[in-house]
Design a protein around this ligand. Structure first.
Ligand SMILES: [Zn+2]
Length: 229
């Protein structure tokens, strides 16, 4: 006997395949490119054009009048926002370059950058995840420009995400960028899919953590957590 979840998944994957088939027809314009694998080969303008046509179809399906003055530019406006802003982190060309500096002052304790504002999107509902990221690392000889930490956080946030993956991606990216295992990341965020629909819980928020190297040490963890309170 199938559980409810298994049946749900089956129906969902059926829906997926119907929609993907439809979408692929529109990609005939770009021969040999599938909508899923080759989005990197489309330039931004091509992506905007395709998304705008689909978003217009969504609006029409909902019964909105695309001839209305206020609505007529919305498909293009939304498509541009998706490609250039909300989901710009899906394009590897937008990965921030990271410059490192010598650790001149021999500061070898933990450096914490806290309260980095984070806007992302829940990949299940495409509604905002709004929160704060707190990041800490211990230098292995090099230090990173503080604004670069912000940029790395934004890069991974600007994708459809789940908070757990976002947290890990930021942690791993920092390890690589700074050349140290000693990295900690805490993200606290509100998911509008929880707050404004479904269960409609406006009071809850979600906390996720990433600890690596010296941050696996309980004392180090405690110090980090007390600094971001
Ligand atoms: Zn959601």
């Amino acid at each position: 006997m199938k559980t409810e979840i298994e049946i749900d998944n089956e129906v969902e994957s059926e829906i997926d395949s119907i929609y993907l088939e439809d979408i692929d027809k529109d990609f005939i314009k770009y021969p040999g490119k599938s909508s899923v694998d080759n989005n990197e080969k489309l330039n931004d303008e091509e992506k905007i054009e395709i998304i705008a046509s689909h978003f217009g179809a969504i609006m029409k399906t909902l019964g909105l009048d695309l001839n209305d003055d206020s609505l007529k530019d919305t498909p293009h406006r939304v498509a541009k926002m998706f490609v250039k802003e909300s989901f710009s982190g899906l394009n590897p060309a937008n990965e921030p370059s990271v410059t490192l500096f010598e650790n001149k002052y021999q500061y070898n304790k933990m450096l914490v950058e806290k309260g980095i504002t984070l806007y992302s999107y829940c990949e299940h509902h495409f509604v905002p995840i709004i929160g704060k990221a707190h990041v800490a690392y211990i230098s292995k000889g090099k230090v990173i420009g503080l604004s670069k930490i912000n940029r790395l956080v934004q890069y991974y946030a600007k994708r459809p995400q789940v908070q757990e993956r976002l947290t890990n991606q930021i942690g791993e990216a920092l390890k690589k960028a700074i050349g140290t295992e000693d990295v900690g990341v805490v993200i606290e965020a509100d998911h509008l899919c929880v707050a404004s629909r479904g269960i409609k819980d406006t009071g809850s928020s979600t906390v996720t953590t990433f600890y690596s190297g010296k941050f696996l040490n309980e004392e180090m963890k405690r110090e980090f957590l007390s600094l971001i309170k």
